[in-house]
Design a protein around this ligand. Structure first.
Ligand code: SF4
Length: 77
């Protein structure tokens, strides 16, 4: 898991599908940002640049992911 940046916006979200184990915690935490593949259950990032209002949910999802597949990066200033 990588968690960086605190200030403006949620930053950019990415997911490593090689690491994802399909646990679905990200979808529970932030259903507007993450989805799971209907076939293999692996994560899809629906919104790569979440809004401020989605920031807390995205951070919760990054923390909750059991495989460390999610990364949240603050954009370069
Ligand atoms: S919480 Fe992590 S392991 Fe589970 S579906 Fe989301 S990215 Fe994959």
């Amino acid at each position: 898991m990588t968690l960086a940046g605190q200030a403006s916006g949620a930053g950019r979200v990415s997911a490593d599908r090689e690491r994802c184990v399909g646990a679905g915690q990200c979808v529970l935490a932030a259903p507007a940002v993450f989805d799971q593949d209907e076939d293999d259950g692996l994560v899809h990032v629906l919104v790569e640049s979440p809004s401020m209002s989605q920031a807390d949910a995205v951070r919760d999802a990054v923390r909750a992911c059991p495989s460390g597949a999610l990364t949240l990066r603050q954009p370069a200033a």
